[in-house]
Write a protein that binds this ligand. Structure first.
Ligand code: PGA
Length: 254
């Protein structure tokens, strides 16, 4: 599909890979994705970020974190600020991942605060939204995803929007091996773009990268990425193996 949007394939390693293992994976990834015609991002655990930044310098692999706190500094034991990530050389951060929402009491409001803090510090943000199975069965997917997206972007200016990627991740498809059909992915990604048009104008909405995430793998990537409003993928399980991740990158490069 002809458009000027950047295709972005991002790996979300979640709580996997020691720094030693990260080095091995990155060593295997560097040659495997060197010819990519899309943007390649790896979101590693905090502990592997410095090493990942170091190892990927001069390559086409960009590094992201999986979370960021919204305050600049202070008494927030266990948290990491946007400035700390920027100082390390980190370029991207994920906000609002469903696992943060589900297990760590993340709300639409805190997702918004983290997104704003990250953008204000100069990070690019992958904002995750998506419905769970119950919500899909209740037929509220579109309303819910619109609401999540709208709240996540409160206060984000039109000038900041180029630094934002929206990742549509149906919770029922994450880590379950159950992928949304390409039509389901397109339907929701299209509705996110429509909302972006209402909020920022149609021309701006057409420039925003919208990813699909949820059991994307080498076998289904091409079909999902072939949909007009699916501009990339956020990949969990399949990002932990260099060959699988590289196959998805190759599918996105076609
Ligand atoms: P999955 O995870 O590819 O393992 O389903 C995707 C994600 O949670 O970002």
């Amino acid at each position: 599909m002809e458009n000027n949007r950047k295709t972005i394939i991002a790996g979300n390693w979640k709580m996997n890979k020691t720094t030693t293992e990260a080095v091995e994976l990155i060593d295997a990834l560097i040659p495997a994705v060197a010819d990519a015609q899309c943007e390649v991002v790896i979101c590693t655990p905090f502990t592997a970020l410095a090493t990942a930044v170091e190892k990927t310098r001069g390559t086409n692999i960009h590094v992201g974190a999986q979370n960021v706190h919204f305050e600049q500094s202070g008494a927030f034991t266990g948290e990491i600020s946007a400035e700390m990530l920027v100082d390390l050389g980190v370029e991207y951060v994920i906000t609002g991942h469903s696992e943060r929402r589900q297990y760590f009491a993340e709300t639409d409001e805190t997702v918004n605060k983290r997104t704003l803090a990250a953008l204000n510090a100069g990070l690019k943000v992958l904002v995750c939204v998506g419905e769970n199975l119950e919500q899909r069965e209740q037929g509220v997917t579109e309303e819910l995803v619109r609401l999540q997206t709208k709240i996540a972007l409160q206060g984000v200016t039109k000038e900041q929007l180029p630094q934002v990627v929206i990742a549509y991740e149906p919770v029922w498809a994450i880590g379950t091996g159950k992928t949304a059909t390409s039509d389901q992915a397109q339907e929701v990604c299209g509705c996110i773009r429509q909302l972006l048009g209402e909020l920022y104008g149609e021309d701006t909405a057409q420039t925003v990268t919208i990813q699909y995430g949820g059991s994307m793998n080498p076998a289904n990537a091409e079909e999902l990425l072939g949909k007009p409003d699916v501009d990339g993928g956020l990949i969990g399980g399949a990002s932990l193996k260099a060959d699988a991740f590289a196959s998805i990158v190759a599918a996105a490069s076609r």
